[in-house]
Design a protein around this ligand. Structure first.
Ligand SMILES: *Cc1c(COP(=O)(O)O)cnc(C)c1O
Length: 379
C-alpha cells in the first residue's frame, strides 16, 4: 500500500509502514516466511531464490524502515541485517579499501574502535575526533568516508549533521550516520545530507529488548549495491522471525517513543534539581550543551539520559536501590534499564557515570523510583 500519501503524521505512518496491498483472507501483516530456498524451476531469476539473498519477510520490513527513514522518496533502498554491528560493518567494509582514510567518532558505540582496529589491519587509515563541536570537520581532507554518531552513545553529544555532510561531500567523502539513538522518528540523516542511515534495530526501533537487528538505508546506486553484496558475502542476515517481530514492533514506535522520550525529559528535569547529580546530559533539556544543534535537526530527542554520581560505590548502591529499573546494558526498551557504564571499560567516562534508558512506565512512578533510590544510596 502506498503510505507516503498518509502525510507526515508518524503514528499513522508507523502502523501502516511496509504493509502489502490487502488480499482477501490474508493477514494484514503476513507472517514470517521460513525458507532456506524457494521453489525455482528453470533459469534462476529473482526476487526469491535463496534465503541468504532475499526473503519476503525482510522485504516488508525493509520497506517499512525505508518509509520512516525517507518518507515519500522512492529511490531509497533499505537492507536489513542480523544486528546493528552487522549493518555498520557492511558499510565500513564494503566502502573502504586499503589506502583509504576513514573518520570515526572517538566517543561512539563501544564496538566501533574494534571495527577501527580491523580496518587498520586491512591497511585503512583510521582518524578519530569527538562528536561535540563538529570536531570531525578537521580530519576530512583526503578521507573516503565520514562516520557520524549523533547523539553519540553514551556521552549524548550532538554534531551538526548537515554541516559535516556538506564539508565531507565537498572533499569527495561519503557520509554515514548511526541513527540508533534517535530512531527515524527522531532524525532523518538522509534528509540532512547523509549517504547512509545506519542503525541498530535492537534498541528503541523495536523496543522490547528481545531481538537483535540492524539496517542500512541509502539512495539506490553503486554504494548500496556494494552493501548488499557485502551482506550476501558475509551472510549477516536477520532471521525471518526477528524480521517479522521487528515489523510488528515498529507499529508502536510512535507511541513508545513519545511516552519514553517525554518521560526522559521529565526525569532529566527532576535530576537537574539534585546536588548529588553531576554531568547530567539529555539533548532535549533546554540547558543541555547539545540542545541547540539537536533542536535544529531532531524531531525527538531519544530515551537515554546520562549523569554521574560521586563514586563507583555510590553508583552501585543507586543501581541496587532501584525497583522499576533493571541493571542491564542496551537501551530503548519498554522497561527502563540503567547501568554503570564504566564497568565495561572502553568508554572514557567517570567511575560513577550512569547511562539510563527510560521505558514506558508511568512517568510519576519512574521519577519517584529514581529519586527514592538516589536518597537511599546517599551517604
Ligand atoms: C547497540 C548499538 C550498536 C550495535 O547494535 P547491535 O544491534 O548490538 O549490534 C551500534 N550503534 C549504537 C549507537 C548502538 O547503541
Amino acid at each position: 500500500m502506498s503510505d507516503s500519501t498518509a502525510g507526515d503524521r508518524d503514528g499513522t505512518r508507523v502502523v501502516r509502514a511496509g504493509l502489502p496491498e490487502p488480499v482477501k483472507h490474508e493477514p494484514t501483516l503476513p507472517g514470517p516466511v521460513f525458507a532456506a530456498h524457494f521453489h525455482l524451476p528453470g533459469d534462476p531469476t529473482g526476487p526469491y531464490a535463496y534465503g541468504r539473498d532475499e526473503n519476503p519477510t525482510w522485504t516488508l520490513l525493509e520497506r517499512a524502515i525505508g518509509e520512516l527513514e525517507a518518507p515519500g522518496q522512492g529511490d531509497v533502498e533499505t537492507l536489513a541485517f542480523g544486528s546493528g554491528m552487522a549493518a555498520i560493518s557492511s558499510v565500513l567494509f564494503s566502502q573502504l579499501r586499503a589506502g583509504d582514510a576513514v573518520v570515526l567518532p572517538d566517543d561512539g558505540y563501544q564496538a566501533l574502535p574494534l571495527a577501527g582496529q580491523q580496518l587498520e589491519a586491512y591497511g585503512i587509515e583510521v582518524r578519530t575526533a569527538p562528536t561535540g563541536g563538529d570536531a570531525q570537520l578537521e580530519l576530512l581532507e583526503g578521507a573516503r568516508l565520514l562516520w557520524i554518531e549523533s547523539p553519540c552513545n553514551p556521552g549524548l553529544d550532538v554534531c551538526d549533521i548537515r554541516r559535516l555532510a556538506e564539508a565531507a561531500h565537498a572533499r569527495g567523502a561519503l557520509v554515514a550516520v548511526d541513527n540508533t539513538l534517535a530512531t527515524p522518528l527522531g532524525q532523518r540523516p538522509l534528509e540532512l545530507g547523509a549517504d547512509f542511515a545506519v542503525a541498530s534495530g535492537t534498541k528503541q526501533l523495536t523496543g522490547h529488548g528481545d531481538i537483535l537487528l540492524g539496517y542500512v538505508a541509502g539512495r539506490e546506486g553503486e554504494a548500496m549495491a556494494a552493501v548488499r553484496r557485502w551482506r550476501k558475502i558475509v551472510g549477516a542476515i536477520p532471521g525471518p522471525m526477528e524480521a517479522w517481530l521487528a515489523h510488528r514492533s515498529i507499529a508502536t514506535l510512535q507511541l513508545r517513543a513519545d511516552r519514553q522520550n517525554a518521560t526522559a525529559l521529565a526525569l532529566a528535569e527532576a535530576l537537574s534539581t539534585r546536588e548529588d547529580v553531576t554531568g547530567l546530559r539529555y539533548p532535549g533539556l533546554p540547558g543541555d550543551p547539545s540542545h541547540k544543534v539537536a533542536a535544529r535537526q531532531m524531531r525527538r530527542f531519544g530515551c537515554v539520559v546520562s549523569f554521574t554520581l560521586a563514586t563507583r560505590a555510590r553508583a552501585d548502591r543507586f543501581l541496587d536501590a532501584l525497583r522499576l529499573v533493571d541493571d542491564a546494558t542496551s537501551f530503548g526498551g519498554v522497561r527502563s534499564t540503567a547501568e554503570r557504564r564504566g564497568r565495561w571499560g572502553g568508554d572514557a567516562v567517570p567511575e560513577g557515570f550512569i547511562r539510563m534508558s527510560v521505558g514506558a512506565e508511568d512517568p510519576e512512578d519512574l521519577v519517584a523510583d529514581v529519586m527514592r533510590a538516589l536518597d537511599e544510596s546517599a551517604g
